[in-house]
Design a protein around this ligand. Structure first.
Ligand code: ADP
Ligand code: ASP
Ligand code: MG
Length: 442
């Protein structure tokens, strides 16, 4: 069995939904995980925000605009009369509930419930499209099997039990369609796996069923060697190892949700990235195999805050780091990068929810300096230190203020901390010197 996941652009229009239908119309049982149509989750987030601040007429306006879009998509997508009526009344019931929430001040309809509608809509429409085309397709509601626990980790036992139970009830089905992104929390409330979380849904399901392969279908021909939103002439990588892909996803490569690799890595299930718009392109195969040496790809993560903590005594006293880490542990704030000198430790965080309390506690035994609007630029590749350009990194980036540099945590990562305003230049310079062979003149 295979798991296929299609992202927002892949299901974002009638034409693309038909491409998806053709891609999955092959022999063998499969699970198809879908995102919301592109733009829908953003629109729902906005609607929820408007309802929250009681801007109800604006919220209603947005809801009816979105409803209009869906009405015209449904009429183009589903030509069968009975199925068309069924889809239209489903879509109307969703938009009626939203309108209702926007009609009463202080609605109790929760943000996560509003945001979940994007995936509910796309999967309902797509399942009926497949039925219209004569495929044996069943819609499996993610909220009947996908659950996270109190630590926000997937509840794997519950997921496996319930997913298998549901699939056994509809054994003659060839295609099981389900929603990405949405799930229940430990109290049974609707929640989600964070933005971009449909990728993660796909690998959680893949691991639960120990499938042959998980395929993530998107709008680009695989994992590129640099961020194509900021750099020209990036190229797709044919192979990556789990560690390389996980590191790049964690450090900002938007093509994969940061946690995607985790569930499949331990089970050695191949993860393949493919382009819905160019299905014949090779894409990227992610396995435990390591290919090549040196810098393979670069990614960047914004919204980073750097904290420099200086011991009030001249030298870093024995036990100092323990005290520092205990503060971050207490506030459940994870550290991304860390470097130390004799008198100070610098580290970075991306979650500043508890920054004030953290700073207060650190100031009991250290002086603290904080810099925000920073970005981590992460270079990834097996045995990265052996890349011919690695020793020259400082020269290549001599005009850029590199605030921190970390290597050695693993053999496949070098992380640089720069001001976010320097990110673009950093990525472009690295692209030219590392991948395009520009020579550096000393
Ligand atoms: P989907 O909606 O299919 O989940 P996403 O927008 O989440 O798609 O991810 C695909 C996008 O990720 C690409 O269109 C590209 O702009 C962006 N991206 C960022 N970094 C990379 C990278 N290293 N390789 C490929 N795409 C990347
Ligand atoms: N629809 C959700 C989002 O836009 C999840 C996803 O696309 O993966 O974030
Ligand atoms: Mg995505």
């Amino acid at each position: 069995m295979l798991v296929y996941k299609f992202g927002g652009t892949s299901v974002g229009s009638v034409i693309n939904m038909n491409h998806v239908k053709d891609i999955i119309n092959t022999k063998g049982k499969k699970i198809v995980v879908l995102s919301a149509m592109s733009g829908t989750t953003n629109a729902l987030v906005e609607i929820s925000g408007l309802i929250k601040v009681n801007e109800l007429s604006q919220a209603k306006h947005k809801i009816s605009q979105l409803h209009q879009n869906y009405k015209s998509t449904v009429s183009d997508l589903i030509t069968d009369k009975t199925l068309g009526n069924e889809v239209s009344s489903y879509v109307t019931s969703i938009f009626d509930a939203l309108m209702n929430a926007a009609s009463q001040p202080h609605s109790t309809l929760l943000h996560n419930t509003i945001v979940a509608n994007g995936e509910l809509l796309s999967t309902f429409m797509f399942s009926r499209l497949l039925q219209q085309e004569g495929l044996k397709a069943t819609l499996l509601p993610a909220l009947d099997f996908m659950r996270i626990d109190r630590t926000n980790e997937p509840d794997n036992f519950y997921i496996k039990q319930n997913l298998e139970r549901l699939m056994n009830q509809t054994q003659d089905s060839d295609v099981y369609i389900t929603q990405g992104f949405i799930c229940l929390d430990a109290d049974g409330q609707i929640t989600n796996l964070q933005r971009g979380g449909s990728d993660y849904t796909a690998t959680i399901i893949g691991a639960a069923l120990e499938v042959e392969e998980v395929q993530i279908w998107t709008d680009i021909d695989g994992f590129h060697n640099n961020d194509p939103r900021f750099v020209n002439d990036t190229t797709a990588l044919s192979h990556l190892s789990y560690d390389e892909a996980a590191e790049l996803a964690y450090f900002g490569a938007k093509i994969l949700h940061p946690q995607t690799v985790m569930p499949v890595r331990s089970l050695d299930i191949p993860l393949r990235l493919k382009n819905t718009m160019a299905p014949n392109a090779h894409g990227t195969l992610i396995t435990n195999q390591i290919h090549g040496e040196g810098i393979k790809a670069i990614a960047a993560k914004d919204g980073i805050t750097a904290i420099k903590i200086k011991s009030v005594r001249m030298l870093l006293a024995h036990g100092f780091l323990k005290k520092v880490f205990e503060v971050f542990e207490k506030y459940e704030t994870s550290i991304d990068m860390i470097t130390t000198s004799e008198i100070a430790v610098s580290l970075t965080i991306d979650d500043t929810t508890h920054l004030e309390s953290i700073t207060e506690e650190l100031e009991k035994f250290a002086t603290v300096e904080i810099d925000d609007y920073m970005s981590i630029v992460c270079l990834v590749g097996n045995q990265i230190i052996y890349h011919p350009d690695t020793p020259q990194l400082f020269q290549v980036l001599q005009d850029i203020n590199v605030r921190m540099i970390a290597y050695g945590g693993s053999n496949n990562n070098i992380s640089l901390l720069v001001n976010s305003s320097d990110k673009l230049e950093t990525l472009q310079k690295l692209q030219r010197y590392v991948f395009e062979g520009d020579t550096f003149e000393v």
